[in-house]
Design a protein around this ligand. Structure first.
Ligand code: P1T
Length: 390
């Protein structure tokens, strides 16, 4: 039922974002994909149906979204989920008890929690390595390793890993490589082109872009992996509803426009912060001072919209800043049109044990900003006013 002929493969990204997977409704000509808000579909005789039986298995609105995301990632197959964590959970079910996953050390706190507090209980083993050190990755991969989990750039420290090199290491041991591409969106990075087997998204972030849906997605070019994913998607059942699928489809239409603005605003914010006396260090892929700047230039076509920095004065200073900003909202999440600011140690990465946080550098002075698409001047003035009161 998925329609590869409607991938608009020959068109540019911005065009695909608007049309891919979205054939006009054959009944009415409706340009926008209808919200097929139904749990089930009528059959003419037992087992004889239109290709749609039950909305956990197939839903036309969800499938349009899946085809659109696949097209943007340069993938043949897409699957959508009820959250980024649901997408990750489903991917991990490709593995079996006894398998080992070698994962980036700095990852979204909820992903680490899922790995260590849920999946380890089910017999998977995880080893976390700093993937900027390719020798360490090579050493960690052993006979038991069946998957490498790569988040790049990482959340919250924005470390950039050489995806092509990590894929080579994984594939030399016949391990699958899954890349969480949430921070870049397919607009700035396409991991399948770099050799990854699976690309995973929290569509809650840039892909939807309007902070009104929680969702996830997985895309692949491998037909046998896709078949397993469709089986697991239906069997586990962590699917998004039709309304959420519709909203993400609507958000996606402006993905390119938004990413360009996120990136230019974030560049301005990062450069401003880098020159500020109360800021110790800024981490942003668009700054030449970023330790993996060259790797980023090689595999990403833009820096994204997230900026992380260390403020002088620890928790007292970061708390003051977070309480004082007015245009920025103090909230978890990222990738929406509105600028958000948050404290990883207390908020998004609270579930990471304190010793691991300290090891990684997720300290009390660390602040993460998701730069929205407001006017640049208002964002810089807001930060200036708030930093003056720190
Ligand atoms: O929240 P959910 O849609 O389930 O997505 C989980 C997830 C997966 N991968 C990355 C890189 C993420 O950043 C997230 C969610 N992150 C946040 C909520 C956050 O504020 O960092």
């Amino acid at each position: 039922m998925h329609d590869p002929d409607y991938s608009f493969a020959e068109y540019a990204f911005d065009t695909r974002a608007i049309y891919a997977g979205q054939r006009p409704d054959p009944t009415t000509g409706a340009l926008m994909k209808p919200i097929y808000q139904t749990s089930t579909f009528e059959q003419s005789s037992p087992g004889e149906h239109t290709g749609f039986e039950y909305s956990r298995s197939q839903n036309p609105t969800r499938m349009a979204l899946e085809d659109c995301i696949a097209s943007l990632e340069g993938a043949d197959f897409g699957t959508a989920f009820g959250s980024g964590c649901a997408a990750t959970t489903t991917v991990l079910h490709l593995l079996e008890a006894g398998d080992k996953v070698v994962s980036s050390d700095d990852i979204y706190g909820g992903t680490r929690r899922l790995f260590v507090q849920v999946m380890e209980q089910m017999g998977l083993e995880f080893e976390f390595v700093d993937m900027t050190d390719l020798e360490a990755v090579d050493e960690a991969v052993d006979d038991q390793t069946t998957m490498l989990w790569v988040e790049s750039p990482t959340n919250p420290l924005l470390k950039i890993y050489d995806i092509e090199a990590v894929c080579e290491i994984g594939h030399a041991s016949d391990a699958l490589v899954a890349v969480d591409n949430t921070f870049m969106s397919p607009y700035f990075q396409q991991p399948l082109d770099l050799g990854a087997d699976l690309v995973v998204h929290s569509t809650t972030k840039f892909i939807n872009g309007h902070s009104d849906v929680v969702g996830g997605a997985v895309a692949t070019n491998d037909a046998s992996l896709a078949e397993q994913l469709f089986f697991l998607q239906n069997s586990i059942g962590a699917v998004p509803g039709p309304m959420d699928a519709f909203l993400v489809l609507r958000g996606i239409k402006t993905l390119g426009l938004r990413m360009r603005k996120h990136a230019s605003n974030a560049q301005a914010v990062a450069e401003y912060l880098q020159g500020h006396g109360k800021v110790d260090r800024v981490l942003f892929p668009g700054l030449e001072s970023h330790p993996q700047y060259e790797v980023g230039q090689k595999q990403m076509s833009g820096p994204g919209g997230v900026v992380t920095f260390y403020i002088d004065g620890g928790l007292e200073a970061s708390r003051r800043l977070l309480e004082t900003v007015e245009v920025f909202s103090l909230a978890e999440s990222l990738g929406g049109v509105e600028s958000l600011i948050e404290h990883p140690a207390i908020m998004t990465h609270a579930s990471v044990p304190p010793d691991k946080r300290a090891e990684l550098g997720i300290t009390d002075g660390l602040v993460r900003i998701s730069v929205g698409v407001e006017h640049e001047k208002d964002l810089l003035e807001d930060l200036e006013k708030a930093l003056a009161r720190v």
